[in-house]
Ligand binder design. Structure first.
Ligand SMILES: Nc1ncnc2c1ncn2[C@@H]1O[C@H](COP(=O)(O)OP(=O)(O)O)[C@@H](O)[C@H]1O
Ligand SMILES: [Mg+2]
Length: 243
């Protein structure tokens, strides 16, 4: 399918139009950013690894009945996706305390959260992606109450499936960020990406709190061996079969 000019270049992907107005091409980049793009760098081969990981996970979630934007992987670092109107929310699901939750609440790193926590952040880099309250979410009219309820339910279902999937890979799914959008048909679809850029993943074979980290925290915290961590996630994810 012919690829037209870039529609949008984000921090991790370039989105192109295609000849079909309902289909976009997402090209995954090696560039990495953290702390709202204040820290910048590149992770060698990240585009290819994240595209492979996300493609496999979207296929898996579709097989589990989670509607998502994935159509097909068309190149090592490119996938065709269904065009949606992105709802400007970062939906975070947490199974264990980490990152900003620890910083803002004092909860100890790794504390198990049962039931898992679902949080909504405003997807707005200029405002620093602030945490929203339910009232602020309603005030901003970003999504209807019905949509928020549906997104929450979908995020928890994604968590159930992905937690089990990663556990079967010997990896703990600590937390992750999702984006959702509205399709042309008005359906809510899971969109964007699921990768070590957007998840916290801990290797269950390591007890050392730094060595076990298999995600973008290695880049955020300058822990080294970033490519090796992403490659290990890719290898284990791709080896997990899809029913
Ligand atoms: N199916 C889709 N349709 C339209 N836009 C999408 C879709 N999936 C993801 N996007 C958007 O593509 C953009 C590029 O992704 P990314 O580089 O990760 O951006 P960001 O810098 O906002 O994180 C983001 O704005 C994301 O919300
Ligand atoms: Mg992004």
């Amino acid at each position: 399918m012919t690829q037209l000019s870039p529609l949008y270049e984000g921090k991790a992907k370039i989105i192109y139009a295609t000849a079909d107005p309902e289909i976009l091409l997402a090209e995954f980049k090696d560039e990495a950013t953290a702390f709202n793009a204040q820290k910048r760098g590149a992770i060698q081969n990240k585009g290819v690894m994240n595209c492979a990981i996300a493609s496999h996970l979207f296929r898996y979630l579709a097989a589990q009945g989670i509607p998502n934007h994935f159509i097909a992987q068309v190149a090592p670092n490119q996938m065709h996706i269904r065009r949606v109107e992105i709802i400007p929310l970062e939906v975070v699901v947490r199974n264990r305390a980490a990152g900003s939750l620890c910083r803002q609440t004092g909860l100890p790193l790794g504390l198990e959260l049962n039931p898992p926590l679902v949080e909504f952040y405003l997807k707005n880099d200029a405002l620093g992606d602030p945490l929203l309250t339910g009232d602020r979410l309603r005030l901003l009219q970003i999504a209807t109450d019905e949509e928020v309820a549906q997104i929450t339910q979908m995020a928890l279902a994604v968590n159930t499936h992905l937690s089990r999937f990663f556990a079967e890979c010997g990896i703990t799914l600590v937390d992750f960020k999702l984006e959702f959008g509205r399709s042309q048909r008005g359906e809510i679809l899971l969109a964007d990406e699921i990768s070590p850029d957007s998840c916290r993943l801990w290797n269950q074979e390591e007890t050392d709190p730094e060595k076990r980290i298999l995600d973008k925290d290695r880049f955020r915290q300058d822990l080294g061996a970033i490519e090796e961590a992403y490659a290990l996630v890719m290898q284990r994810v791709l080896a997990h079969s899809i029913p």
